[in-house]
Design a protein around this ligand. Structure first.
Ligand SMILES: Nc1ncnc2c1ncn2[C@@H]1O[C@H](COP(=O)(O)OP(=O)(O)OP(=O)(O)O)[C@@H](O)[C@H]1O
Ligand SMILES: [Mg+2]
Length: 281
């Protein structure tokens, strides 16, 4: 640990219960409707989901099935209309106010007029940790391999670099729950692989609980302890598949029959749901 790491650690709200006793994310009977001019659109219906402390869970499902909606509810950006969401044992808005949730959205969303360092420092500054922020920002940029780009601006970065900075920003407060919405979606395969390795290293080191949305079955299996499959809209959990592959994981894992079997199980859950949709339409 670097000397500044302890002093730069932003205080955690004392009223958050230990995640170990609560489940990092506990969702029950969750439904969400969007109000549209022509009527309501049911995005999620009866979603049950548990992310245990320290678990890496991926969420896969067809486009438009409500994955981003679910993440917004878990992050406290949307209020549950029906059912319950508990993040780290409290309502997500409480966990978010205590800086215990890190969110990486589908679009990087960095502020173009702020440098890389200033973007990563923003959550720390907003929470009043201005004094410690320079040291912490340096540490974060090093963790995501962006040390040399602290004074660059977002428009000068590649897609992969933008995602690295977004990840650094999400980690600023040492969240206990990290919610990631297709963070590598816009990247080429090489950049994706590199960031996947980086993410696994971070996850192993930080003991953070992760809910990771992806369209890529291979990616979900490579990263996760469990893969949760959602149905087409309205999203419901149709499969919850344990990925009991050894860790640490490397690229050779993909060549194993166990990997192929698990990936096939996830694909089958996605496909069986597509069949039902066709039958219903
Ligand atoms: N703010 C909103 N207002 C109205 N409808 C919305 C809103 N956000 C999402 N929706 C609708 O809710 C449904 C679920 O959207 P959501 O973005 O959660 O899906 P998704 O699974 O993340 O899709 P993708 O994989 O394409 O990112 C979609 O039909 C979408 O059109
Ligand atoms: Mg989405």
């Amino acid at each position: 640990m670097t000397p500044f790491a302890r002093s730069a650690r932003p205080a955690r709200a004392p009223h958050l219960p230990a995640a170990e006793s609560a489940g990092a994310l506990v969702i029950g009977g969750l439904a969400h409707r969007y109000a549209l001019p022509g009527g309501a659109l049911l995005a999620l219906d009866g979603v049950e989901l548990l992310v245990r402390p320290g678990e890496f869970v991926s969420l896969v499902g067809p486009s438009g099935c409500g994955k981003s909606t679910l993440l917004r509810l878990a992050a406290g950006l949307l209020r549950p209309q029906q059912g319950s969401v508990q993040a780290l044992g409290v309502p997500p808005t409480t966990a978010a106010a205590a800086h215990a949730i890190g969110l990486v959205t589908q679009q990087p969303g960095l502020l173009p007029w702020r440098s890389v360092a200033a973007n990563v420092a923003l959550p720390l500054q907003l929470s009043g940790a201005r004094r410690e922020s320079a040291a912490r920002v340096g540490e974060l940029l090093a963790r995501v391999g962006m040390s040399g780009f602290a004074s660059a601006y977002p428009q000068q970065l590649s897609g992969g670099m933008l995602q690295r900075v977004t990840l650094a920003r999400a980690l600023a407060h040492r969240p206990r729950l990290l919610l990631m919405d297709e963070p590598f979606g816009a990247l080429d395969e090489l950049a994706r692989e590199e960031l996947r390795r980086e993410l696994l290293r971070l996850w192993e080191r930080e003991h953070v609980s992760v809910l990771f949305v992806t369209h890529a079955v291979r990616e979900a299996v490579l990263l996760s302890d469990r893969v949760v499959v959602l149905s087409a809209r309205p999203g419901r959990v149709v499969a919850d598949i344990a990925i009991d592959l050894p860790r640490p994981r490397d690229d050779t894992l993909e060549a194993t029959p166990a990997f192929a079997q698990l990936a096939a199980a996830v694909r089958a859950a996605l496909a069986s749901n597509a069949d039902r949709m066709e039958a219903a339409s």
